[in-house]
Design a binder for this molecule. Structure first.
Ligand SMILES: [Zn+2]
Length: 246
C-alpha cells in the first residue's frame, strides 16, 4: 500500500484526496465518533518506533509538498476551522490544552524550536497573512469566546510557570492599587506612591499623622506637601466643617 502511495501520480493523489474528503463530509456523527476513536486507539497503542516512523512520514510529506499543495492544505484547514461549531472548537481547545499540560520538557523545547524556526523563516507576505488572520479572528470573536480564550491563556501560563497557588498567580499577574494615600485616602498603584516623614511637616499635618514615622501619599498630595501647602483633597479639610466648635 505504501509503495502504491509513493508511486501515485499527482492526478491519482488528487482523486484519492477527493474521495477521502467526500467520505468525510458525508459521514454521520456516529461514524465520525467511531473513526476518531479508532484513530485515538491506534495512536495511544503505537510503539516508540511506530510513532517515530509515522512522524517521519508526515515530516517527509510536508518537506516535499509543492507551494500549491501547501496552499491547498492550509486552505482546507482554514475552511474546517471557519466552519467548526462552538462545541467542536471547545473540544479542539480542550485537546490542545491537555496535550500542552502533559508535554515533557523535551517535547516543549522541541515544539518551541519548531515555532521559532518557522517564524524566523517566514516571508514578509506570510507574516502579513498570519497577522491578518489573527486580527480577523480577534475582531470577530464573541465576548464569550474572548473570555474563553483569555481563560485558556491564563491556565496555560499558569501551568507553564508552575504556579499552583491561585493567590500567587494573581499576585504575579496583577499589581493592585491596594494601598491608599494617607492624606486623601485615594487608592494608589505602586509607581505613584511616595513616602514622607510627617515630622518634617508638623505645621501642615494633623496630629495623628505627625505621630507616625512615615506616611505614604499619592503624587498630588506629595507635591502639595513638599510645597508646604495642604492638599485640597486632604481628609482633614473635609472633616473640618463637621467638627464641633469650642
Ligand atoms: Zn493623596
Amino acid at each position: 500500500m505504501q509503495d502504491r502511495l509513493a508511486n501515485e501520480t499527482e492526478e491519482q493523489r488528487d482523486h484519492r484526496f477527493r474521495l477521502i474528503s467526500d467520505r468525510l463530509s458525508n459521514e454521520t456523527e456516529e461514524q465520525r465518533t467511531h473513526r476518531l476513536s479508532l484513530i485515538s486507539d491506534r495512536l495511544s497503542n503505537e510503539t516508540q518506533e511506530q510513532r517515530a516512523h509515522r512522524l517521519g512520514l508526515i515530516h517527509d510529506r510536508l518537506n516535499n509538498e509543492t507551494e500549491e499543495q501547501r496552499t491547498r492544505r492550509l486552505g482546507s484547514m482554514q475552511d474546517r476551522l471557519a466552519n467548526e461549531t462552538e462545541e467542536q472548537r471547545a473540544h479542539r481547545f480542550r485537546l490542545i490544552s491537555n496535550r500542552l499540560s502533559n508535554e515533557t520538557d523535551e517535547q516543549r523545547a522541541h515544539r518551541l524550536r519548531l515555532i521559532s524556526d518557522r517564524l524566523s523563516n517566514e516571508t514578509e507576505e506570510q507574516r502579513a497573512h498570519r497577522l491578518g488572520l489573527i486580527h480577523d479572528r480577534l475582531s470577530n470573536e464573541t465576548p464569550e469566546a474572548r473570555l474563553n480564550r483569555l481563560n485558556t491563556m491564563r491556565q496555560t501560563s499558569h501551568i507553564r510557570r508552575g504556579i499552583t497557588n491561585e493567590q500567587s498567580f494573581q499576585t504575579a499577574i496583577n499589581v493592585f492599587a491596594d494601598v491608599s494615600c494617607d492624606v486623601c485616602k485615594k487608592n494608589i498603584y505602586p509607581p505613584q506612591r511616595f513616602n514622607l516623614r510627617p515630622n518634617m511637616y508638623n505645621t501642615l499635618l494633623p496630629e495623628e499623622l505627625i505621630a507616625l514615622d512615615k506616611i505614604t501619599t499619592c503624587s498630588r498630595c506629595n507635591n502639595h506637601i513638599k510645597k508646604r501647602k495642604i492638599p485640597p483633597t486632604a481628609y482633614w479639610n473635609k472633616m473640618m466643617p463637621a467638627e464641633p466648635m469650642n
